[in-house]
Design a protein around this ligand. Sequence first.
Ligand SMILES: [Zn+2]
Length: 189
Amino acid sequence: MNIIQGKHYAIVPQARWRRRYVLTVIKDGTVEIRIPASWKEQKISEVMFRHRRWLAKRAEELEARREKEANKISIDWCELPDTWWRKAARVDLWNRLDIWADEMSLTIRKRRLTGARTRWGSCNSMGDISLSWRLMLTAPELRDYVVIHELAHRRHMNHSPRFWAEVARWCPDYKERRTRLRTSGGEIG
Ligand SMILES: [Zn+2]
């Protein structure tokens, strides 16, 4: 079965005849989203976006329980094929991008998924944002930091103190996250 496993949630396709989706919290705290197999990624993102506060609350509960594991991902995960990670990234990263763009009252023109090893993300003056699917190999809060960083470039196309003030507004502990991301390898544009 094709299962897209996020750090906090699992997307489980169901039989095509099923029309409704079901959100549940399973035993280990993972949010399980059962969706009709015919659904496109866009629709999954829409459902997650609609229930984002609920999902965030559940994710927090899970995070509290698994605090010690937050920064590591098991070997099994890393051995999954690139295509799997791309698919998971299109749901997870684009969903984060939608949520943060909404929170920060910003718009995005195009979004692009890269496989870059040395650059986590970038944003150009047109409002096109690129993110590397390899971010999926980092902790969820580090993905949020990269998303916030790139979105903040929609207001300041530089790394000026005003830019960092914008990042800090949405991510007060950005310095710590930035350091953790550096130790994971890669840079951020
Ligand atoms: Zn930057």
